[in-house]
Design a protein around this ligand. Structure first.
Ligand SMILES: *Cc1c(COP(=O)(O)O)cnc(C)c1O
Length: 384
């Protein structure tokens, strides 16, 4: 393995485009000066189409979990009732945050690997008429499921007055998100997944309905108070010192997004998803999720006849390829391949090809090239 070569294919952090790395290496600028104002003026507008919103997209210096906590503390109060849709580890995180704040949390527990069912959500909302907010995970990173957010939003609004709050950390920027059109009330994401940046920025947008609730919410919060961020953003500023270098990187990352075009980006992610999935089908190695529920940003593989940890070890030591393992009860049961952000079909071909070699090494014999061929064929088919 060559030193300094890393093939990072986990669902975050993800690789950084060279031009974004260069942008982040620029000299430091004053956070209250004109340059920063101009920078924020540009990035705040360019973020909106990624969320599918005309509302402000607030920028926090924090990891994605702070954005989840921000969504909770700004919209609900202790003792109020909420419903959390739990499809895996990140849905669980919402329940833990709500528990910590003494919010009365009802859970809709979905078996790991499956997507939330809008009909079940409807019946839960009918059973609990006092729900103030419904929390959901868009891409459940732990299982590689993409939840049907648009349909779930419809149900929330038909069956209740609740706000619909969405954790989009591992897919915003990689999959279509129409916050305004679909009726999503709060959408959050982080910088290190599909946004092509290092960890350290969190983004959060809220609907007009949500802002009404946020403005009136008396619950204590300081650093996470969305009202401060919105007031400052309207002056092209931030309430506290921002992560200047990350913002310089963000401007470049958003320029790359514009250059490629959102539709093309979403299609590239669909291609990477299908190439990856078709490869494992051709290799007769089971996937954790159905085609219908599969995320365009990450794929989970659940082999029955070899240990995912052995494969992860060998591809890491021989090729510097990092794959993700499973979380909680899926630890040792699955491996996950991240294909989001700065990642292309060429990278998928490389990953599949390396995995085939890794499989030989650990004694799982496959016909070399079987998965690669399926991925190639899928690419050609989708390329048209
Ligand atoms: C990564 C991730 C988070 C947490 O983000 P951190 O930056 O690690 O705090 C939250 N939700 C989802 C769906 C994620 O994939």
């Amino acid at each position: 393995m060559q030193p300094d070569q890393h093939l990072l294919r986990i669902p975050g952090p993800t690789p950084i485009p060279p031009s974004v790395e260069r942008a982040m290496a620029q000299p430091m600028i004053g956070h209250r000066g004109q340059e920063m104002k101009e920078l924020l003026k540009i990035v705040k507008e360019k973020l909106k189409p990624i969320f599918g919103t005309k509302e402000d997209v607030l920028i926090y210096t924090a990891s994605g979990t702070a954005a989840l906590e921000t969504a909770v503390v700004n919209t609900v109060q202790p003792e109020e009732e909420v419903l959390v849709i739990v499809t895996g580890a990140f849905g669980e995180r919402f329940t833990k945050i709500c528990d910590e704040y003494h919010i009365e949390t009802h859970k809709y527990l979905v078996p790991w690997g499956e997507a939330a069912d809008p009909k079940q959500l409807a019946s839960l909302l009918q059973q609990h008429p006092n729900i103030k907010a419904v929390f959901a995970t868009f891409c459940e990173t732990s299982t590689a499921v993409l939840n049907p957010i648009k349909q779930l939003a419809e149900v929330v609004h038909n069956e209740s007055e609740a706000l619909f709050i969405v954790d989009g950390v591992s897919c915003i920027g990689g999959t279509e998100t129409k916050m305004d059109e679909w009726g999503l009330d709060v959408v959050v994401t982080g910088s290190q997944k599909a946004m092509m940046l290092p960890a350290g920025l969190a983004f959060i947008a809220a609907s007009k309905r949500a802002w009404d609730v946020i403005e009136k919410n008396p619950h204590a919060r300081f650093y996470l108070d969305m009202r401060r961020y919105r007031l400052k953003l309207q002056e092209d500023s931030t309430p506290f010192t921002p992560a200047v270098s990350l913002l310089q990187g963000l401007k470049q990352a958003l320029t790359l997004v514009e250059e490629e075009g959102l539709e093309n980006i979403f299609y590239r992610h669909e291609m990477m998803k299908n190439m990856t999935r078709e490869a494992f089908k051709a290799l007769s190695i089971p996937l954790l999720t159905s085609d219908k529920n599969a995320s365009p940003t990450v794929t989970a593989v659940k082999p029955g006849d070899f240990a995912p940890e052995d494969l992860r070890k060998i591809v890491k030591s021989d090729f510097g390829l990092t794959l993700a393992g499973g979380q909680q009860h899926l630890k040792g049961q699955i491996f996950r391949i991240g294909h989001m952000g700065y990642c292309s079909p060429a990278d998928v071909l490389q990953v599949i090809s390396i995995i085939e070699i890794g499989l030989q090494h650990i004694g799982k014999h496959v016909e070399l090239g079987t998965g690669v061929q399926a991925a190639q064929a899928t690419y050609l088919k989708m390329k048209g």
